[in-house]
Design a protein around this ligand. Structure first.
Ligand code: NAD
Length: 272
């Protein structure tokens, strides 16, 4: 089978995939082959739900007060999409590169937990994790198992339309913290700040990497769009892996066009 990677990039990678030399920034495209559509893409979440309502904290709070049935439908669709997804060869290739000591950090904009499920340990989740809840007061975090999410979704399905029933389920899965505030899902919604700790870890990794792989992201969302530029300023070579060119591509030193899982599997095969 012909290689998806241009010869000069193969040559460069063969000589430069050294210990700790690589970090990566991943986006929705890396999980597309796990069956999670990009939100704005065909079959994506924003085809059915208006992000002006469903991606903003105030929009979700208004729904909770006025139309909990609509909120429940959204939660059911959102988690049904995430629940079934399994890591694909792209996630697995990154976990392998980390295990070999070549990949330092996986900086992700995804909230689907697939990098961790694939076995990556140093995952910096810039937009949070849909399987985790956080106390907005003290910052305490609790991870939900798949089984707990299954239970949450099936209870919501049972109580379809019942305002009191839905509110009770939400209170049970988002309980009050010891500090008295109520937990919320640990996802960065539109208009919210990125978690400071994760951003600072991301900048540290970007400062020291020699090669930055930007995988399956249009990088249209600020401040994630600044990360590769920061790496470049600090001497890294930025290599984009994407199924198509986009507005960000021109900022990259190299582009490899094609499926993330095929390209990353091929990169793993280059390790000596
Ligand atoms: P995006 O939707 O803006 O861009 C996705 C990119 O992936 C596109 O450039 C597309 O060409 C590329 N792509 C699609 N399939 C691919 C494949 N098989 N191989 C390689 N590239 C492929 O995504 P974004 O830049 O991550 O920004 C969207 C925002 O939505 C992010 O903030 C992210 O948190 C969120 N989001 C997350 C998930 C998830 O957790 N899986 C899914 C959808 C959206």
């Amino acid at each position: 089978m012909p290689s998806l990677i241009p010869y000069e990039i193969i040559n460069y990678l063969e000589n430069n995939l050294t210990q700790g030399s690589v970090s990566c920034v991943t986006g929705a495209g890396i999980s597309a082959e796990s069956g999670i559509p990009t939100f704005r893409g065909k079959g994506g979440l924003w085809e059915k739900y208006d992000p002006e309502t469903y991606a903003y904290p105030q929009g979700l709070l208004n729904l909770l007060r006025k139309r909990p049935d609509k909120l429940a439908n959204f939660i059911i669709d959102f988690y049904s999409m995430l629940q079934e997804a399994k890591p694909n060869p792209a996630h697995i290739a990154l976990a392998h590169l980390e295990k070999k000591g070549i990949l330092d950090a996986t900086i992700t904009q995804n909230i689907d937990n697939l990098h961790k499920l694939a076995g990556s340990n140093n995952v910096i989740e810039l937009h949070g994790n849909a399987f985790r809840i956080i106390c907005p007061g003290c910052g305490n975090k609790i991870m939900f198992s798949k089984e707990r999410i299954n239970e949450f979704v099936s209870l919501l399905k049972d109580k379809h339309g019942s305002r009191i029933g839905i509110t009770k389920i939400l209170s049970r899965f988002f309980p009050r913290c010891n500090c008295s505030l109520r937990y919320r899902v640990d996802i960065v919604l539109f208009g919210e700040m990125l978690p400071e700790n994760e951003l600072s870890l991301a900048y540290k990794a970007l400062k020291k990497c020699k090669i930055l792989l930007v995988i399956g992201s249009s990088l249209a969302v600020y401040p994630a769009s600044m990360l590769p530029l920061f790496a470049k300023e600090n001497g890294a070579r930025v290599i984009e892996i994407n199924s198509q060119m986009n507005d960000f591509s021109q900022n990259c030193d190299h582009r490899i066009i094609g499926s993330a899982s095929k390209i990353l599997t091929e990169i793993v095969s280059l390790i000596r």
